[in-house]
Design a protein around this ligand. Sequence first.
Ligand code: CAP
Ligand code: MG
Length: 474
Amino acid sequence: MLKKYQELLDSLNEKQQRYTNLNLKNPKNGQYLLCVFHFVPGNNLNVLQAATEIAAESSTGTNFTVQTETDFSHEMNALVYKLDLKKELVWIAYPWRLFDRGGNIQNILTYIVGNVLGMKQIDALKLLDVWFPPAMLEQYDGPSYTLDDMKKYLGIKGRPVLGTIIKPKMGLTSAEYAEVCYNFWKGGGDFVKNDEPQANQDFCPYDKMVAHVKEAMDKVVKETKKKKVHSFNVSAADFDTMIERCELIKNSGFELGSYAFLIDGITAGWMAVQTLRRRYPDVFIHFHRASHGAYTRPENPIGFTVLVLSKFARLAGASGIHTGTAGVGKMKGSPKEDIIPANNILHLIAKGQFFEQSWAKVPTNSKSMLKLVKEDSHHHVILEDDSWRGIKKCAPIISGGLNPTKLKPFIDLAGTTDFITTMGAGVHAHPDGTEAGAKALIQACEAYMKKISIEKYGKTHNELARAIKFFSNK
Ligand code: CAP
Ligand code: MG
């Protein structure tokens, strides 16, 4: 072992020694959930002393050895198993039996990014990537109703689901809200979502909003003969009210597939996300990530990345989660921050920033099965037999400052059209209004599919031309 590492090991006290094994053989042996953190020690500790304090606090320990420890409790200790002193990285292996059986995301996050984020022993601690062992994948729900199901319902192939968020963000009456939905759908749009703060405001009562949306949807489906989807924000103060909202929507006469449940996953919490997934397996569960920036922004040294958030959302069973526009829209982001997560939640096998995650327990001795998994990464035929099951795809939802002129630039960056895009201002700021904004979005997508520049296509499609003029260089 390198002298430097030996010196670090020699500096550990008896308790700290129990939370490291720099010779851990084959951490991917299936016994551990693996984490890699960017990590800067604090409180005058060296990197290994501080890292083992983190491993202790995020698994079985505290700041002293306690008299009540047992041989078995020591087996549940998280282990610092690798360091990169130059890049300030630390790898920690968590025995997955530590976690609440039956697949509980909030429990895992309470361990690995819980108290440790507040400890004196760190000046920086950011969870960059995470790796789930096959045995854990079996315990977690994963998505049920997927983007494939939504595209099938909408009759869409080979292009993104084209959506909007109703704007202004708040302040419309339920009738005004539904009229904007109607206009977007009339212009050819597929998908409308409530904005993330939409709830039961006195000027737009929840039940009236649902009823008016139903009317608008029925009218436009009859006129256009095209299916439409509305994603209702069911986030609420308490569990009962959330379920009440879901049941109200379910019992308002909407066809299955024509509605999704949106949940503000960070502010409403993981229990809400997993409850919706388990109670409504035949509904698209739409994870909005408002507040994620407190954890994920790259300039924030303490928290976790968009990649980690997105992987846990897939494990929890969200059908889709906002993954950012890689800097193309109004939110901060980059391909590394936003496209890697999108790939990690779409495919059955995907490279993260540090780990390659297979989302299916595939018998490695089965060449044909491995071939199927590799080929199948776009279709996700999940074989439920005694050999393997896969965690279905979770859809990247691409939003935040996009407009029709930014659709192709994003697709070119992402390298896929397997996503939902929701453009708010990008549709409703169109100089000729929402219906024209929708048409411009559809035309921008048509241009992309026909491999024609939007400028050229705009020559014969006025709404797109007007959008280009209005949005370019803004
Ligand atoms: C977008 C949006 C979304 C953000 C979320 C908003 O509106 O409705 O909530 O995009 O960001 O309220 O800003 P615009 P992200 O289309 O008018 O920007 O998708 O990055 O989580
Ligand atoms: Mg919003």
